[in-house]
Design a protein around this ligand. Sequence first.
Ligand code: G6P
Length: 369
Amino acid sequence: KSAEKGGYAHFMIKEIHEQPAALRDTMSPHVDPENYTIRQQEMPLTREQVEDIAGITILACGTAYHAGMVGKWLFEAMARIPVEVDIASEFRYRDPIIRPGTLCIIISQSGETADTIAAMREAKRQGARILAITNVVGSTIAREADQVIYTWAGPEIAVASTKAYVSQVMVLTILAADIAHKRGRMSDEELRDYVKELLTIPDKAAKVLEMNSEIQRFAHKHFDKRSVFYLGRGLDYALALEASLKLKEISYIHSEAYAAGELKHGTIALIEPGTLVVSLVTQSKVIEKTISNIIEVKVRGAETLAVAFEGDTKAREEVKYLFTVPKTSDLFAPMLAIIPMQMLAYYMALEKGCDIDKPRNLAKSVTVE
Ligand code: G6P
């Protein structure tokens, strides 16, 4: 058994460490590292098909849904296409409306989640073109979708998804650029710069893994927290949702993710001396806004941790603890900034003695409704 884990104590930490490779393997088929372009034979949509997209609906569950939240942000900001992202179980029971010209993106690591399959079939019945992003070749979703882009994360064993998530985000990051470029929203030169920077992400992810002992020390100090709040805006909010899910699913510590601007509409009532508040502050356009929220919780006695890019000076001044990740484009932040959050969840759970790879009541793939 321990041989399967390649010397790691758990599959989860092994899979966290496999993320640079998962990112590279998922990216490589789609990008040309010499010309910094997207390889067209590997992309699902022609220019005409892209021009015909009236809207995008993303359907998924759990971590895959959180990847979808990142996708929404990227497609809207870069390609200017309206995007809905929906929890598959909500979509299927809501009598949903699919308008003509909808591209439906189904995200599922296993390709076998019952609600996601049902949502896909409903969208298909209503005439949407189905593009699946999945990690399992030959899975139900891969077989039934009109087109598939695979994530090449390799088998993911731990119930808490890590390398599948970053791989899903990688696919969405490439797809958003391809669609934006085909719709004339991104010039050839902009695309080249984008791809050039994207190519650095796997190595930067490997750098993030070097924070292991720093995060372990932090977890050792804070694992007895009863409640943790995660704040972020824009892409950082999408990231906060996933960071919060990681913590609660394996450490059983209550946690909530809040869009930072919503803080004063509820969560702030729960902040008391010693509450841990984790802020994601990678998005330069909104850093100052989120910092003002950090100050609000700090004056109420919260312990503050932020995740920011190296070189950030603004967040550093306001928080007690700071985790930094290598600088990249704001658009690529989720693929790097989630890694310390996964490690934090892992080490908190380890300190608590939890069954990390098989958390209570959870299944890797939910094939029943
Ligand atoms: C389960 C797993 C999650 C996963 C979700 C969706 O709840 O525990 O880690 O994100 O299912 O799974 P899928 O295979 O469709 O991505």
